[in-house]
Write a protein that binds this ligand. Sequence first.
Ligand code: GLU
Length: 493
Amino acid sequence: MSVRVRFAPSPTGFLHIGGLRTALYNYLFARHHGGTFVLRIEDTDQNRYVEGAEEDIIKSLEWAGMTIDEGPNKPGDVGPYRQSERKTMYAEYAKQLVDGGHAYYAFDTTEEIDEMRERLKKSGNPSPSYDSITRQSMKNSLTLPQDEVEKRLENGDEYVIRLKVPRRETVKFEDLVRGIVSFETGGLDDQVLMKSDGMPTYHLANVVDDHTMGITHVIRGEEWLSSAPKHMLLYNAFGWEPPTMAHLPLIMSPSGGKLSKRKAESEGIPVNTKDYISGNYEPEALVNFLAYLGWSPGDDSEIHDMKELCELFALDRVSKGGAVFNHKKLMWYNEHYIRETSVSELVPRIKALAEAQGFDTKDEEYLTKVIELLHERVSKIDEFVSMGSFFFEAPKEYDENALKKWKEDSAGFVKAYESKIEALSESDFIAANLKSALEETVAENEVGFGKVMMPVRIVTTGQGFGPDLFASLELIGKEETLSRIDSALKQLT
Ligand code: GLU
């Protein structure tokens, strides 16, 4: 049997980073087994539907390098791939459950259900629900006479279809991550399967689709574990073989607790995939990082690209415990993948970023040299532009922290250095000579290297640190370097 997995997001907003990890684990599992990766859009909840969410999901998966084998954008044999387009199918399956005695029509109004809850609360039940006991005193096809049920259905009375959860049973299944999981049905309510508007709930649609789409493994977040027993009851009721389950550990915030949107924001962690795209992260870095957020290959290797991850990935190495989102680690990966990228590949990307900042990048040879100088220093691609802005324009201001090192004698040292490099011809204005000039200035004034170097760096780049200063000045050129020194001295003295 060949592996078929699905990523089944609800289009209720931008794709969350946790959703991207779920998609990734499904994708890696599919590729590892030569299987199929399906995208199914679970859009039965019309109230929570967000325009553009599906496009965002597809764009995010593509950006991360996950190819969808079947989905709304690439129909296969088991479509449609949007649940809203499968509506008639769910009604038929729900009817099948009613006919088989596994589900029933319930005609209770919201008020009647509230009343039941109030009544039970008063008699000491803290969380009453519509279940195997309370259903007996409600208005449904199990309690009403057959002819009244038929009449109500004919009249078009509002109803929902509920799952008839058995009173005392143990639902047991093996989860590939969590081992044997067991639930008592006594704790379950009679889940609504079809709503009064004729739409299925998540539970019914999910089970019908996983079955009819031939899904072999359900890999999803731990927050769905509590739904699994209901799904198992449904598979049983239909007489279908359930898919193998794997519930992934929660993603935790560094300060503890689940990485919610609010927590992530307060800790400076981008929460939606689109923020990583617009934030210029390397997709390979995010993929590598997310793969390790709840899984590891079992040795101490850490760097693997998508291809290697596909080879290595196995569900039995997914951890049960929550995985802490460590943003520093992500930046470490990001840095690594930037170093791995060749300068020629970086050029067009940085050109676009620099142009967006209004910098002139027509001289590609110049841009290439800038990139070479900064390649080992940046951890995100946009830093080529922010850290390297002085290669494109004279500093407009001087970094406050750096200026703390600007002392009374600084201007004098800068002038002494200036007079030496002024004497160099254009063709001699090269890193080695610029360095000797600084060494001479240092020796003549009998001071430490930093006493001269730091002020020169500040006046020419505006910053207190950066790439090799002499190579930078060579690149900026004689005329520009001298003009920067002059205007800085005017401002700073
Ligand atoms: N639609 C659910 C979600 O938004 C899918 C859960 C599942 O994979 O069964 O995550």
